[in-house]
Design a protein around this ligand. Structure first.
Ligand code: IMP
Ligand code: MG
Length: 180
């Protein structure tokens, strides 16, 4: 696909290689366990689909849909969980799959919600992490790429619900902001 816009920061090739590694690692760590991969929609949809197929042990898939008000930081605190899991995760090994951990508020909130359902283990996996933006201490067991504090779109990540279909990760340049 032609470049739509933006400064690519992670290419499709880099992503493919990294996700393959993550899949290998997760497969090794969860061998003999009962893994439920819980994706956070919409942002994680692209990463989730690739990661799930890079995992070589039988897993269950499930999803949570969250919405948040536009913006980041404080606005991210207004996370709304709009769906429930369909799988019973009690006694299972749950891996929450996020697109990006920024302040950490969303992940912290979701981990708390999942923990109440008494899984045997609970871990977090994120394609991206903005380590310097963390407001709460949340442990990300598997990180695809650490990224600087810039607004990133593509590969599931949006700007005002658009650009999720960009097949690579790009920094959204102010000149690319198309408001309509
Ligand atoms: P939090 O600040 O860790 O709670 O991040 C909340 C959510 O903000 C993430 O799940 C993303 O949906 C969104 N987000 C944070 N940083 C970015 C970004 O750079 N691009 C697109 N979405 C982002
Ligand atoms: Mg988002």
């Amino acid at each position: 696909m032609e470049r739509m816009f933006g400064k690519p920061i992670v290419t499709q090739e880099q992503m493919r290689a990294r996700i393959r590694e993550m899949g290998r690692q997760i497969s090794a760590d969860y061998t003999g366990k009962d893994l439920v991969l819980v994706g956070v929609l919409k942002g994680a949809y692209a990463f989730y689909a690739d990661l799930a197929r890079a995992i070589r042990i039988p897993i269950r898939v499930d999803f949570l849909v969250v919405t948040s008000s536009e913006g980041r930081g404080k606005a991210a605190g207004k996370v709304k969980l709009v769906t429930e899991l369909t799988e019973n995760i009690r006694g299972k090994d749950v891996l929450l799959v996020e697109d990006i951990v920024d302040s950490g508020l969303t992940a912290q909130r979701l981990l708390k919600t999942l923990a109440r359902k008494k899984p045997r283990s609970l871990n977090l996996c994120a394609l991206l992490s903005k380590d310097e933006c963390r407001v709460v201490d949340v442990h990300v067991e598997y990180v695809g790429f650490a990224v600087p504090n810039q607004y990133i779109v593509g590969y599931g990540l949006d700007y005002r619900q658009k650009y999720r279909n960009l097949p690579y990760l790009a920094v959204l340049d102010k000149r690319d902001f198309h408001d309509e």
